[in-house]
Design a protein around this ligand. Structure first.
Ligand SMILES: *[C@@H]1O[C@H](CO)[C@@H](O)[C@H](O)[C@H]1NC(C)=O
Ligand SMILES: *[C@@H]1O[C@H](CO)[C@@H](O)[C@H](O)[C@H]1NC(C)=O
Ligand SMILES: *[C@@H]1O[C@H](CO)[C@@H](O)[C@H](O)[C@H]1NC(C)=O
Ligand SMILES: *[C@@H]1O[C@H](CO)[C@@H](O)[C@H](O)[C@H]1NC(C)=O
Ligand SMILES: *[C@@H]1O[C@H](CO)[C@@H](O)[C@H](O)[C@H]1NC(C)=O
Ligand SMILES: *[C@@H]1O[C@H](CO)[C@@H](O)[C@H](O)[C@H]1NC(C)=O
Ligand SMILES: *[C@@H]1O[C@H](CO)[C@@H](O)[C@H](O)[C@H]1NC(C)=O
Length: 682
């Protein structure tokens, strides 16, 4: 069953062969051994496919056991419908209906929380479900790594991942059913066809298969989803913003953990003449594309090594023959002809599409939005734009402030807010590193230009000079936002949210400043001197509050200590002369009422020894807590550990994703990671 393969891809220009030699790898002449073709239905395969992670070893095990009983594979199709103008609901519905019309056991999971996905699923019945817990940026763009992770958690034999506007043809299932009988892990890739080009010519000229620069049009399918796709991590690519599919296929090839089947010669999917507004709402030069190019350049080997030069032993082309499909050893993916944009008509000896200069040339991230190196106009979102974008119906926003030492804490806090459906938050980054990290994690982040450059990793805790500088940033930023007309809930990122307190805090009314009490004594007043915690408070954008905050900031600037005492001394008076009752103060010059929040609802870190409870979560549920502050503990690591151990942790730093119920043992990995770093440090 050995058939000659296409020969037009064998001609290698000599300079490329030279590069192969200089790379130190022994490479066969480009065409020898190339013609191995597998007739899937009958052949016992002996030797041409290498075993896992070994490019030279020759195995003699059959890859396909023809006697295996063949139940039809369970196929789950994953797709993230994009909201207009990135996507068209009508086309998406058409596409999903085509998936449901496929033969076999097919189900569909729509990824993302957009209401249109829910209504689509409701219309199309029980085989369509919605997975809303996909991480996405504040602009609503889902993260590709989160989508792939969700697919990997599928209870299916085969996962398919594709754009929500691609109509699948029945041949897809025929092919996947054949391939399900291969006893190896594999990834299949195929480029879908532009309907209008199909209309024009029956034979579909190859250079018209183009997928645009945002990687759209690719269909990916893989078996055994519980097994990894690649050896490294998939970085936080923004879906549909370019580079991620090429990067992923490249990394799967070079990880050599899966065979890669290039089925681009088959027509498996069709897409409308143009993806709806394929530019999307963002120009190609937008930071979302820049972020993806940056990630593609710095992660993995995409920009360091070309699998073509290494003649990936894992790559096969799928060829259709009258009776069956054949596999032919391939030198390079044919779909790469369609992802190199401008050069798609150029002869084969131009630079490999893998070495896309566009992606690998420069550090786009820094180019596109480093405030340190560019004018403010280059920063994608000013503070004003962010506030307008995120603020809720009453112009309230939640503000988190963090530097590098609290990066993971920040993300855990953000994941919790996402989980609660809180979208009206902004993040102030205290340093450039945190700023860039936050941008890549899709946060609505701004950099405080006046904050100290030098917030060191472990040195910035309670009582230190650094801590004092940093905490003074917070009141300054809050005042700035109040003056722009927004109410602010300042929440330190070590405040864990059980439920959203904004509505409650807002209901306390105007000219009221609500703050957490840091009092530890369970009986007695909560408004004693210096018991105001400036790490969690709600300030309204009204005259009284703004005037009072100006006084606080002014006093804090003069003081040698952190800003926290300034809040109390200014608002409640030194020694608490402005106290009213046991839980309030009245600032006389502004008539601002300060409310010390009920500690059952807003406990500090010392209250009732809650953090020492075996089941903190249920203890807090009984009290009715909105939040709990992870303060009254000294040192960053103790704080982290306490929070992780109590189960109030929502972020996996190793995958840079929020922990999800479908992720397996994510929290266990997190705990181990903290243990290890503690041991190494001590
Ligand atoms: C498809 O082709 C037919 C005949 O060639 C033509 O009349 C029609 O306008 C085409 N449709 C599209 C969408 O291009
Ligand atoms: C689809 O084909 C039409 C006609 O060939 C072309 O104008 C259009 O740009 C193509 N769309 C894409 C995304 O390649
Ligand atoms: C950075 O920190 C070091 C020591 O903590 C200090 O000596 C130095 O002046 C700081 N630099 C700036 C720019 O604040
Ligand atoms: C906005 O304010 C109105 C009126 O005070 C209130 O009923 C509503 O709950 C507030 N919404 C939020 C999200 O705080
Ligand atoms: C707590 O407050 C009560 C009543 O004000 C007082 O009697 C008691 O001594 C206080 N306990 C501590 C540990 O300060
Ligand atoms: C603040 O610190 C400076 C220098 O460290 C010191 O001279 C001054 O007395 C301090 N002021 C107060 C109010 O503690
Ligand atoms: C504060 O309230 C008192 C009594 O109601 C009133 O006389 C005074 O003018 C108010 N001050 C401000 C700044 O509103």
């Amino acid at each position: 069953m050995f058939l000659p393969s296409h020969s037009h891809r064998c001609g290698a220009p000599s300079h490329r062969r030279d590069r192969d030699v200089s790379s130190g790898l022994t490479t066969a002449p480009r065409c020898a051994g190339l013609l191995v073709v597998l007739l899937l239905a009958f052949v016992f395969f002996a030797g041409a496919m290498p075993r896992r992670a070994s490019s030279s070893a020759r195995s003699h095990h059959p890859v396909y056991d023809g006697d295996r009983p063949t139940a039809p594979p369970k196929i789950t199709i994953f797709s993230a419908p994009l909201r207009p103008p990135d996507g068209s609901p009508a086309r998406q519905e058409l596409a999903v209906r085509s998936w449901l019309a496929l033969p076999g056991e097919v189900s569909v999971v729509l990824l993302g929380s957009h209401p249109s996905a829910l209504s689509l699923a409701r219309r199309l019945g029980h085989r369509v479900s919605v997975e809303a817990a996909i991480d996405s940026s504040f602009t609503g763009t889902p993260f590709f790594h989160s989508m792939v992770a969700r697919a990997q958690a599928a209870d299916a034999d085969i996962c398919v991942l594709l754009d929500a506007e691609i109509v699948l043809l029945p041949e897809t299932i025929t092919l996947l059913q054949k391939f399900s009988r291969i006893d190896r892990d594999w990834l299949l890739v195929s480029i879908s066809r532009n309907i209008s080009s199909l209309n024009k010519s029956q034979e579909i000229p190859a250079d018209k298969w183009a997928s645009d620069s945002s990687d759209r049009g690719l269909i990916m399918a893989w078996n055994n989803p519980r097994n990894p796709l690649l050896a490294g991590v998939l970085p936080s690519f923004l879906y549909g913003r370019g580079a991620h599919s090429r990067w992923l296929i490249h990394e799967v090839l070079s990880s050599e953990m899966r065979l890669v089947f290039d089925a681009s010669s088959l027509v498996l999917g069709l897409y409308p003449e143009d993806f709806s507004n394929s530019e999307g709402r963002l120009p190609d030069g937008s930071w979302e594309y820049g972020a993806n190019r940056h990630l593609a350049a710095v992660y993995g080997s995409y920009c360091y090594r070309s699998p073509r030069r290494d003649h990936s032993p894992m790559l096969y082309e799928v060829v259709k023959h009258p009776e069956d499909y054949m596999l032919s050893k391939a030198e390079e993916p044919t779909f790469s002809n369609f992802v190199r944009g401008e050069q798609q008509n150029a002869p084969a000896e131009v630079d490999s599409p893998w070495d896309n200069n566009n992606i690998c040339s420069a550090d786009h991230l820094l180019q596109s939005y480093s405030p340190g190196t560019s004018e403010a106009a280059d920063v994608p979102y000013s503070l004003g734009m962010l506030l307008e974008f995120v603020a809720d119906e009453n112009r309230s926003v939640v503000l988190g402030v963090a530097g590098a030492s609290y990066r993971d804490m920040l993300m855990s806090w953000v994941c919790r807010l996402r989980h609660l459906g809180v979208t009206n938050f902004v993040v102030c980054a205290l340093d450039q590193e945190t700023y860039e990290f936050s941008v890549l994690q899709g946060l609505p982040v701004f950099r405080d230009p006046m904050s100290p450059k030098n917030v060191s990793f472990d040195g910035c805790h309670f009582g230190t000079q650094c801590f004092k500088r940093v905490t003074k940033v917070k009141s300054r930023i809050v005042l700035e936002i109040l003056r722009m007309g927004y109410n602010v809930l300042l929440s330190d990122v070590d405040v864990y949210w059980f439920r959203n307190p904004v509505q409650f805090l807002h209901s306390l009314g105007p000219a009221t400043f609500a703050a957490q009490s840091d009092e530890y004594n369970e009986t007695g007043p909560t408004n004693l001197p210096r018991r105001l915690n400036s790490g969690f408070y709600y300030a309204r954008s009204d005259r009284a509050t703004i005037t009072a905050m100006e006084m606080v900031v002014k006093q804090a600037t003069k003081s040698n200590s952190s800003e926290q005492p300034s809040f109390y001394d200014v608002l409640c008076g030194k020694e608490g002369v402005n106290r009213v009752g046991d839980d309030r103060c009245l600032e006389p010059s502004t008539n601002l009422t300060v409310v010390f929040l009920d500690r059952d609802l807003f406990p500090n870190g010392a209250y009732r020894g809650l953090w020492d409870r075996r089941d903190l979560r249920s203890a807090c549920r009984e009290l009715g807590c909105f939040v709990i502050h992870n303060n009254w503990v000294n040192g960053r690591k103790k704080k982290l550990r306490r929070q992780v151990m109590s189960g109030l942790w929502d972020y996996d730093p190793s995958s840079r994703m929020c922990l999800q119920s479908w992720g397996d043992a994510g929290s266990f990995r997190v705990i181990r990671q903290f243990h290890v770093s503690d041991d190494m440090d001590s």
